[in-house]
Design a protein around this ligand. Structure first.
Ligand SMILES: [Fe+2]
Length: 152
């Protein structure tokens, strides 16, 4: 394999990890949309839903970047669970602010993963991925910002 092939393989792997995180973050955000309780119920129920919708819209874009690069992408819930770094939260009685904090942490980690993936896109000379990641980063930083201000 040439070093160019190596950079492309690393980028594909990173995009597949990002895709797994995107699906898992979508489910986690929806989980909190469904289970949030307390005085801030209405605002948080709506905010989590808006964020989940935005996150879900990224899945197809990420998977198709992988296919455009000639790679194969995720095929199943099993594949998602082996690749994601997003932590499962199955406690349906979690406090509303703990939900906000957990999503803030996950979206901040997501921004860091995007940064790594962008660096790999640069090394692989993939201008399209390099460019589109800027939008995905802006969205993730906005989600993190909204969540951070709720915790203030
Ligand atoms: Fe809903």
């Amino acid at each position: 394999m040439t070093s160019k092939d190596n950079s492309k393989a690393a980028l594909i792997d990173s995009l597949n990890g990002l895709l797994a995180d995107t699906f898992a973050l979508y489910v986690k955000t929806k989980n909190f949309h469904w289970h949030v309780r307390g005085p801030q119920f209405h605002d948080l129920h709506l905010l989590f839903d808006a964020q989940a919708t935005e996150i879900f819209a990224l899945t197809d874009l990420i998977a198709e970047r992988v296919r455009k690069l000639g790679g194969t992408t995720l095929t199943s819930i099993g594949a998602i669970s082996t690749k994601t770094t997003v932590k499962d939260e199955d406690d349906t009685t979690l406090d509303a602010m703990a939900m906000v904090k957990a999503l803030f942490k996950e979206n901040t980690a997501y921004v860091a993963t995007l940064k790594t993936t962008k660096e790999l896109a640069g090394e692989a000379g993939d201008n399209a991925t390099d460019g589109v990641i800027d939008d995905w980063t802006d969205q993730a930083e906005q989600r993190a910002w909204f969540l951070r201000e709720i915790m203030a």
